[in-house]
Structure formats: C-alpha cells, structure tokens
Design a protein around this ligand. Structure first.
Ligand SMILES: *Cc1c(COP(=O)(O)O)cnc(C)c1O
Length: 358
C-alpha cells in the first residue's frame, strides 16, 4: 500500500458544460499523481497535488535523449454511477516492460493500479456522464537527471494526469481511409516497437502528416526489414478478416502488445473464429481485396476501441473493403467491448476493476 499525501486544489476548474464537445486530451483535471525516484532510495513520496507545470533543468536527460515511457487507459461511468477501469493490470505489466527496455527503474504493478485508483477517486466528478465519453488516464515516467552524457538517468518522475475525453467518433463508427507506408518504418527488430515510449511517436509523426496531406486518416506500417508484412495502423494494432479467418501481426518485438488487441483475440476465439497471429504480406491483403475474400479490416486501441477501415492504398493500387460501411464483426466487437466498459453487459471475463461510486 502506498502512503499517499493528498494536497487539494484551493479552487476547482469549471467542468466542461457540453460533454459532446470534449475532443481528446485537451482538458486536464484539477489534480495529478506524482512520485519520484532516486538511485539508492527507490520510488518515494507518493502524492496527489493540484495539476501544475513541472520545473525541470534545461540539461535534463528527457529533453535531449527521450528517456520516457507512458501508458493510456480510461475510467468509465456506468448507469448506476460506478466508476470503473478496464484491465488496468495489463497496463501495469506493459508499463514495466517498457521501463525495462528504456533502462528506467521498474514501477511496481500494484502501485501503478493503486495510484490510478486514488487519483480517479479524487477526480470522480470529472468522469463524464455522456454516452461514449470517458476519463482518459495518462501515466508516464521521465528522466530528470541533469546530464548530457548518453547514460541512464539516476532520477525520474512518475506522474498520472487525467483528461475527460469525448466519444472518439461523434457520429458513430466512421470507416477510415488508410495509406500503406512503404518508405518510413515505425519499428525494427531489436528497437523499441513493443515499448510504449515517446520516441516511437516522434519518429512516426512525419508519415502521419504526409498521409493526412493526401487525405488519409492513418498510415499502415509494414515491417522494418522487408517492408512486406503488415504490423500496425497509426497508433493502433490492426486486424484483417479474410475468408472468415482473423489475422493480426504477432507481438514479437516490433508490435505494441495492445490491451484491446488481446481482448479482441480472446473474444474472437470465444466466438469460434480462427485467429492467426503471424506474418501477413500486404501483397496478400491487396489480392484478397481484389478477389473478394477480404471481408473486414479494423484497427484496435483504447482511444477508439475499434476503427473500421474502408479503403487501403498501397503504391498504385487501391482496394475498398466491402461496401465501405462498418463490418459485422467490427461492430460486434465494438458493442461487446464498450458494453463491458460502460457496464451495459455483464463482465464474464473478469476484465472490470471498480474504483468507487461516483
Ligand atoms: C497504445 C498503442 C496501441 C494500443 O494499445 P491499447 O492497449 O489497446 O490501447 C497500439 N499501438 C501502439 C503503437 C500504441 O502506442
């Protein structure tokens, strides 16, 4: 158990009046959770303080060498005003794996879940009431040592901030157009693709911007060695339904092991689908698109749960998936996952962690 010192804000911010216009990650709540690490001492001083800017030295490691990891999950409000989390222990474990890769001292899994529960309870009034809106939770750790030599920092800050966020799709699940990136890559064997770290994102922004300029909402990433096999889409995992079977890239170092991904795989197996985690060549996806066996494509991640794909552009070739509307399996996954998260259907998987009554 953490001994958490709570300092409450003297004045509270006004809560957004219209929860349908929240957007994503633009508004922050009144408080943040903090903890520090110092070599020889370990993680110490668990505390909740008013949300405030950091004061960091210009020479500190994070600003130059990006020694940082983060997580992303949500708190949901059910119809009977229970505030609850979805599989936070999975995020806790992944956070440790990310820390290990970035030479950051592991943050204890129990403390991770406890810190989130404590902060969400303090901020429970910020959990939106509107259908589809939730409280986005962003835990992160960054290196604070003042040092320009390229070495692991000896001090760190752990922080959790919260942001009320709207339904990802204001007008329901909108299928998107995807650009297959065949030049830049997101990850390669031995690099940090499996870790949730800021550096991966910094390297991916350019492709995303170029795709947007061309009118696509995301890029589909191919493997970093042969530029041949599908891996992820934007900052989501990706699934293909071809001739009734479900395909997704295996988590073998270059793919981020999504909590949504593993939940979807479990549900699909429960429903009797064959799920193949392995290599799927983009050439085979395009071929399936042309011969009519490509039934559905969707991205998966905490923010949107599932994102249906209606069009794929690869080099000079374009395929449209189905009639361009959301696929049956994609819709069923969305309904099941969000149903559990918002307490509308029973959690028969043990995926829900209640926090408090709101
Ligand atoms: C966070 C993330 C995902 C999705 O993970 P979830 O746990 O399902 O939210 C997928 N790909 C990348 C690159 C990510 O950063």
């Amino acid at each position: 158990m953490l001994d958490i010192k709570i300092t409450r804000a003297e004045t509270l911010k006004e809560k957004p009046a219209d929860e349908t216009k929240l957007g994503f990650g633009k508004i922050f709540t009144d408080h943040m959770f903090l903890m520090d690490y110092d070599a020889g001492v370990g993680w110490h001083d668990a505390r909740i303080e008013p949300y405030h800017p950091f004061s960091i030295a210009p020479g500190c490691v994070i600003l130059h060498y990006a020694q940082e990891v983060f997580e992303g999950l949500k708190a949901y409000r059910t119809a009977d005003n229970t505030i609850q989390l979805f599989r936070p222990e999975c995020n806790a474990k992944r956070f440790q794996d990310s820390c290990e890769r970035l030479c950051i001292p592991a943050f204890p899994e129990d403390d991770f879940v406890e810190s989130i529960k404590a902060l969400v309870e303090v901020e429970k009034d910020w959990v939106p009431h509107t259908d589809g809106a939730s409280l986005y939770i962003r835990p992160f750790i960054f290196a604070t040592m003042e040092q320009l030599g390229v070495h692991a920092s000896s001090s760190y800050t752990y922080c959790v901030i919260l942001s009320p966020s709207g339904a990802y799709y204001a007008t329901g699940l909108a299928p998107v157009r995807i650009y297959v990136e065949d030049e830049y890559i997101r990850a390669a064997p031995g690099l940090t693709g499996f870790a949730k770290c800021g550096g991966n994102y910094a390297a991916s922004i350019k492709s995303g911007e170029l795709a947007e300029e061309l009118g696509f909402s995301q890029v589909l990433w191919l493997d970093g060695v042969e530029h041949k096999y599908v891996e992820e889409v934007g900052s989501m995992n990706i699934f293909f339904k071809i001739s009734g079977k479900i395909y997704t890239a295996a988590c073998v170092g270059t793919v981020l092991p999504g909590v949504t991904r593993r939940s979807i795989i479990e549900l699909c197996k429960d429903w009797g689908y064959e799920v193949i985690e392995g290599k799927l060549a983009i050439e085979d996806v395009m071929k399936a698109g042309h011969d009519g066996t490509l039934e559905e494509i969707f991205g998966s991640g905490t923010a949107a749960v599932v994102t249906p794909v209606k069009e794929l552009k690869y080099e000079d070739d374009t395929v449209t998936i189905g009639d361009g509307s959301i696929g049956e399996l994609t819709q069923k996954l969305y309904d099941t996952m969000t149903g559990m998260q918002w307490g509308k259907i029973e959690d028969n998987k043990g995926w829900i962690t209640p926090v408090c009554k709101g």
